[in-house]
Design a protein around this ligand. Structure first.
Ligand SMILES: *Cc1c(COP(=O)(O)O)cnc(C)c1O
Length: 367
């Protein structure tokens, strides 16, 4: 039996009436850009994250750029982030005008190593962007401690971590701001691109909103030069329809991860995701390590089981960063992981039968 990596159709079918009604409402009201549906989603999402302000924008990449621009990042500044993430995190540091400083991961959780952050700080450092990769929070105690000690801002990249928690506190509430993506495959996904910046700082929220809307909140009154990064009404209404289900979907992902953990732990050579104490993982991705990753991936693929490598090259080693001339030995954990990680099928609706298929195939590969 083939097992897809994710199945967006199943989720749509499960709440088709709510989604279709949401779309019809936006079309009926001609509320395509901004308008009541966008305002409503911003209010609802802020409440869901337990923050005061949510400013929606076109995608999670823009959210990172907007948050940094609103924090007045400038040429010559250095911003620290992880060597293991999607390229948006580091690319937006550059586009905001700063220099990206990469840190290795901790070797266990795929998240940034706080010791490496300390070592990377210089007089030019202005901020840190931890990524709650795959859905597991970074070590926010250590990171906030370092930020406080050195007077740095923190932007949490929560694109993969809707509803994750660190010591019972929701991610997105630790730093000056946090960014979200609602790309269709994310734990809360639109039917197109969508993103948001959340913050408890009213001034920062207003600055982000202005930057996202051509530099002004009132038409033709441009306080500054901004960009055009708006959430459209259709996506907002779809997200509002989905948001009430997010807790159930998160629970389903965590239950599915438990099933994988219990079975895969028994199989030689398979290293299941390590969850550090106090961290609530929401399993945007269920990523194992395996010493013969490429052979395992090919074996599963031949059986119709879709897998993915997130991500095949650590950020500092990408062609995009050849100007820094980074060497793999500077990032031993991220480099080891790029060659051993494999993400297995994971979505809220995955069935025990599908999971058993995946587990059986991985077991068979070992023999
Ligand atoms: C998806 C993602 C982004 C970017 O979000 P988009 O909405 O696709 O622009 C940023 N950071 C991380 C870690 C992501 O996974």
């Amino acid at each position: 039996m083939a097992v897809p990596f994710a199945d967006l159709q199943l989720q749509y079918q499960s709440i088709k009436g709510e989604i279709d009604a949401a779309i019809a409402g936006v079309i009926r009201d001609n509320a395509f850009i901004r308008g009541p549906y966008v305002d409503a989603f911003e209010r609802e999402f802020a409440k869901a994250v337990s923050v005061k302000h949510c400013v929606s924008c076109a995608n999670g990449t823009d959210a990172l750029y907007l948050a940094m621009a609103a924090l007045r990042v400038k040429q010559g500044d250095e911003v620290i982030t992880t060597a293991h993430s999607w390229i948006s995190t580091s690319a937006m540091i550059t586009h905001a005008g700063a220099t990206v400083k990469f840190c290795d991961t901790d070797g266990a959780t795929f998240t940034i190593d706080p010791h490496a952050i300390e070592a990377a700080i210089t007089p030019r450092t202005v901020g840190i962007i931890p990524v709650h990769l795959y859905g597991q929070p970074a070590d926010m105690d250590a990171i906030m401690g370092i930020a406080k000690k050195h007077g740095l801002w923190v932007i949490e990249d929560c694109a993969q971590a809707h509803q994750a928690q660190f010591k019972g506190q929701p991610v997105g509430t630790f730093g000056q701001a946090a960014t979200y993506s609602f790309y269709p495959g994310k734990n809360l996904g639109a039917m197109g691109d969508a993103g948001a910046v959340v913050t408890n700082d009213a001034g920062l929220a207003e600055h982000v909103a202005m930057l996202a809307r051509h530099g002004g909140l009132v038409k033709h009154q441009h306080q500054m030069e901004g960009i055009n990064s708006r959430l459209d009404g259709l996506q907002a209404a779809i997200l509002s329809a989905k948001l009430p289900h997010l807790s159930d979907w998160t629970r389903a992902r965590r239950d599915a991860a438990k099933i994988y953990d219990a079975a895969l732990n028994q199989i030689e050579d398979v290293q299941v995701p390590h969850v550090a104490p106090w961290r609530t993982h929401v399993y945007h991705l269920y990523t194992i390590r395996h010493p013969r990753r490429d052979a395992l991936a090919a074996y599963l693929n031949a059986m119709g089981i879709q897998t993915a490598i997130n991500y095949p090259t650590a950020l500092p080693l990408l062609q995009a960063y050849r100007r820094f001339d980074h060497q793999s030995k500077e990032f031993p954990n991220a480099y080891a992981d790029q060659n051993s990680i494999l993400s297995l099928p994971m979505f809220a609706e995955i069935s025990p039968v599908q999971q058993n298929e995946v587990i059986g195939a991985i077991r068979a590969f070992g023999h």
